[in-house]
Design a protein around this ligand. Structure first.
Ligand SMILES: NC(=O)c1ccc[n+]([C@@H]2O[C@H](COP(=O)([O-])OP(=O)(O)OC[C@H]3O[C@@H](n4cnc5c(N)ncnc54)[C@H](OP(=O)(O)O)[C@@H]3O)[C@@H](O)[C@H]2O)c1
Length: 250
């Protein structure tokens, strides 16, 4: 018997746009109510809230900047507003460029704060108030390789990956924690689809994935009754070939 999503309350961080929006929509289509966390995308979050409500579920908005400790108290606030959080999708992240040559401690800290520390605090706070909740963390398929042009970012995702495994044990069975590692899905902000086209040939399946495919994996993990600490690579096999510096156009 799959864990039922209908009627549950979900918090999706960075849920207003792109992959987060697709996950929020997939959750609503399963009948889950969705609390959309956003940082700067207020208008998009508002539009999505209306779209989710038109699917027949409840939806709430929650603004917080993780760069400014906005993750502190967020779970408590969301639980108060919604009546309780059953599902947490840690999707929000930053993706700035940096190499080992120009990496700074400040830059590394900024990436760790948003990409690893904030989601970890949300998990830890959720464990304090729930004994039957599920979490999916968004990692990155380049964890198996070496993203040389986003060094601070990929190091923060390594930390988040380790935290995912530790938390999956520490907070079980009350929290069931799994992860999805997306591959080539959307161009980062500031890059166009040509960026994706250039990288497409480096994917064994010779295509890019869609946000919908990430959302499908998230839903699969949430419904599963016997997965914990699992990472699903949704990347057309790209993680299998990233043993060196990793293909990158920059
Ligand atoms: N796109 C891909 O192909 C790809 C590949 C590998 C892994 N991933 C992972 O999949 C997830 C989603 O990817 P994506 O490309 O859709 O993400 P994204 O668009 O780069 O970022 C998602 C959201 O994170 C929020 N965010 C950024 N800085 C924040 C801060 N300081 N405080 C709070 N929220 C903040 C933003 O919310 P606002 O817009 O409201 O400011 C943004 O919309 C990420 O964890 C990413 O690392 C994506």
């Amino acid at each position: 018997m799959a864990w039922k999503l209908k009627g549950r309350n979900a918090l999706v961080t960075g849920g207003a746009k792109r992959i987060g929006k697709e996950v929020a929509t997939a959750l609503a289509k399963e009948g889950a109510n969705v609390c959309i966390h956003y940082s700067s995308s207020e208008a998009e979050a508002g539009g999505l809230k209306a779209a989710l409500e038109s699917l027949g579920v409840r939806s709430w908005l929650m603004q917080a900047d993780f760069d400014k400790n906005g993750y502190e108290g967020l779970i408590e606030k969301a639980a108060k507003e919604t009546g309780g959080i059953d599902i947490l999708v840690n999707n929000a992240s930053i993706f700035p460029q940096s190499t080992l040559q120009d990496m700074t401690l400040e830059g590394l800290s900024a990436n760790i704060r948003v990409n690893a520390w904030a989601p970890f605090v949300l998990i830890r706070d959720l464990a304090k108030i729930s004994e039957n909740a599920r979490v999916v963390n968004l990692l990155d398929s380049r964890l198996s390789g070496y993203d040389w042009s986003h060094a601070e970012y990929i190091l923060s995702k390594h930390l988040f990956s380790a935290l995912t495994r530790m938390a999956a044990v520490e907070y079980a069975p009350g929290l069931v924690i799994n992860a999805v590692a997306p591959g080539l899905i959307l161009p980062p902000p500031g890059k166009d689809m040509e960026y994706i086209e250039r990288l497409r040939k480096t994917v064994p399946l010779k295509k890019r994935g869609s946000p919908g495919e990430i959302a499908e994996a998230v839903i699969y993990l949430l419904k599963s009754e016997f997965l914990a600490g699992e990472v699903i690579y949704v990347d057309g096999g790209r993680h299998l070939i990233e043993y060196d510096r990793g293909p990158h156009p920059d």
